[in-house]
Design a protein around this ligand. Structure first.
Ligand SMILES: Cc1cc2nc3c(=O)[nH]c(=O)nc-3n(C[C@H](O)[C@H](O)[C@H](O)COP(=O)(O)O)c2cc1C
Length: 161
């Protein structure tokens, strides 16, 4: 059986690490991919976020509960394990992650939660993922990586897997 990584990540101006070409969560997602061989699905907002952090914060606030994405996954029946990965935005996943999870059939799948953050840890993300992934066995512990330490997180990811 196969694993799938569903992740959201934003490059450009970041809270703790300045302007970056690749988002912190994407860095960690690539480690998970490398270590598990999982397929990857990147959740892309329909309208990209602003490059500067301050504007992005304003935009993200408005997208809570209404965050259109470019492409939705359809059938995920090939996978027995799904990694859901996101930066923490106000104590939970980015709004686009909710849109990506909506409507997928998670029956009998194992769901593992990973976030990057700058202090909050996983917060409400595992509970919110559980709400969206009906029928799945959602791990409530999960893995929280500090965004500014994403590059150095490979061993931590490996140990957790
Ligand atoms: C809109 C927004 C809201 C955020 N809210 C939180 C938060 O509530 N708690 C926290 O620890 N970090 C918060 N952060 C910081 C991000 O979670 C952190 O920088 C993360 O590593 C970014 O991941 P990315 O580079 O993959 O997008 C927030 C960042 C943004 C842009």
């Amino acid at each position: 059986m196969k694993s799938l990584i569903i992740y959201f990540s934003r490059a450009d101006e970041n809270y703790a690490v300045g302007y970056i070409d690749k988002g912190n969560t994407e860095i960690v997602a690539e480690y998970v991919q490398e270590l598990t061989g999982a397929d990857m699905f990147k959740v892309e907002p329909e309208i990209p976020y602003a490059k500067d952090y301050k504007t992005c914060i304003e935009e993200a606030k408005k997208r809570i509960g209404n965050a259109p994405i470019r492409e939705k996954l359809g059938d995920i029946s090939d996978y027995d394990t799904v990694f859901v990965m996101s930066p923490i935005y106000w104590g939970t996943y980015a709004p686009e992650v909710e849109t990506a999870l909506e409507g997928l059939d998670f029956s009998n799948k194992k769901v593992r939660v990973i976030c990057t953050h700058e202090g909050s840890g996983l917060s409400g993300m595992p509970a919110d993922v559980k709400k969206m992934c009906k029928g799945a066995d959602v791990e409530t512990t999960g893995l929280a990586i500090k965004g500014s330490q994403a590059k150095e997180s490979k061993d931590k990811v490996k140990a957790w897997l």
